[in-house]
Design a protein around this ligand. Structure first.
Ligand SMILES: [Zn+2]
Ligand SMILES: [Zn+2]
Length: 382
């Protein structure tokens, strides 16, 4: 049951301040920059300055605002907290406290009137409309934990000072030092802000419209590889909505998630710890449950003489698959426990348990491939 107390629906307005800011950065970034580059070219120092801000600013949002502060998927040192608050402010996406409050509401009340970027109100609304044509009343009750931090509160209360210092003054000052203040303003400020804005906005619009529902077929959140590519790994949004406490969004080794890799590097450096990870068994369970649901829905929507027997067979396959997954999980836990308390004498036992775990995994994989070919047969029946 969703709580609706203390909630005021967004008010329809025309937010001229946001419209002017978006217009100015977009015009400077997308029109001013090409003209500048045409006349003056691009020096290596300008490119490096742009690349630096194009890396640290979005990472401060994805790694800092999103995964560290809004979802508490890991803990970070004071230095790391300062860096993400400083460079996060440079993205001009509001204070970390406000961003996190709205983002927590997005997860908790997704696709309802209380979701600040509710996709049910349309693609444009979820992308940018909610920021320029609507006024949202923020209820900070859901970020009391973050409000205990003096640094978070300082950034919140003096947000404009932080944002202008890190997002405009610092890059332009470096621009002066390297002899290209105008280039710095156009590239490292305007172009960077425009690109990062639309990257972030795509998560709320594109990833709630296009892509694959891998773990929850009824969620509007989707996994979209291209969105992941332009957002430092945030595009695996179906996974993220299903498992928001995981510090990873791209959970497979080959999925593009530089934010996850950066968190792992910070952990190695001692700047991040207590990285929260969902077990591979819970992930697999969610994935096969989603596929099973898709097949069940397909069976419901299609009439066929073999329907009843197909439904029965699907259930048998699914039950067996879950059973084998459970056996694999238990033997894996047994093995993990054993290696934690391993003594010289128990080496033979370790070998036997490892064998048992490998066998359980093979049996699960065999059942999974059988189940997949059964589904192919199922969908082939038109
Ligand atoms: Zn979302
Ligand atoms: Zn999130």
């Amino acid at each position: 049951m969703l709580a609706i107390e203390n909630f005021e629906a967004p008010q329809r307005i025309t937010n001229w301040r946001n419209i002017s800011f978006f217009a100015l950065t977009t015009i400077l970034g997308l029109i001013g920059t090409p003209i500048y580059l045409y006349h003056f070219g691009l020096s290596l120092s300008e490119f490096l300055l742009f690349a630096f801000f194009m890396t640290v600013t979005p990472l401060s949002i994805t790694l800092g605002y999103h995964r560290m502060l809004a979802h508490l998927t890991f803990k970070g040192s004071t230095l790391l907290q300062f860096l993400v608050l400083f460079f996060g402010a440079a993205a001009f996406e509001q204070s970390a406290l406000k961003w996190s409050s709205q983002h927590r509401d997005h997860h908790r009340f997704v696709d309802t009137s209380r979701d600040p970027y509710n996709i049910k109100r349309g693609f444009f609304y979820a992308h940018i409309g909610w920021l320029i044509f609507w006024k949202h009343k923020i209820n900070y009750d859901n970020v009391k934990d973050l409000a205990k931090s003096k640094m978070v509160m300082h950034q919140h209360e003096h947000y404009r000072l932080w944002a202008i210092t890190s997002g405009v003054l610092l890059p332009v000052f470096i621009g002066f030092l390297i002899g290209h203040p105008l280039g710095a303003l156009l590239l490292a400020v305007a172009t960077r802000i425009t690109l990062i804005y639309h990257g972030t906005f795509c998560i709320n619009s594109v990833c709630h419209t296009f892509g694959k529902a891998t773990y929850d077929i009824y969620s509007t959140a989707k996994d979209h590889w291209f969105a992941a590519l332009i957002t430092y790994g945030e595009g695996y949004h179906n996974y993220h909505h299903h498992f928001p406490s995981d510090y990873r969004n791209g959970v497979r080794w080959y999925q593009w998630d530089p934010t996850k890799w950066m968190i792992a590097v910070l952990a190695k450096m001692g700047l991040a710890w207590e990285l929260r990870k969902v077990s591979q068994f819970r992930i697999l369970h969610a994935k096969v449950a989603a596929e099973n649901q898709r097949a069940c829905d397909w069976l419901k929507a299609n009439s066929h003489s073999k329907l009843e027997i197909m439904r029965h067979n699907l259930k048998l396959h699914y039950d067996q698959l879950n059973q084998r997954l459970l056996v694999w999980e238990r033997s894996s836990n047994e093995y993990q426990n054993l290696i934690r308390h391993l003594s010289e004498q128990s080496k033979a036992l370790k070998k036997a348990t490892l064998e048992k775990m490998k066998q359980a995994k093979t049996q699960f994989e065999e059942t999974l491939s059988g189940w997949k070919s059964f589904q192919l047969q199922l969908f082939a029946i038109a």
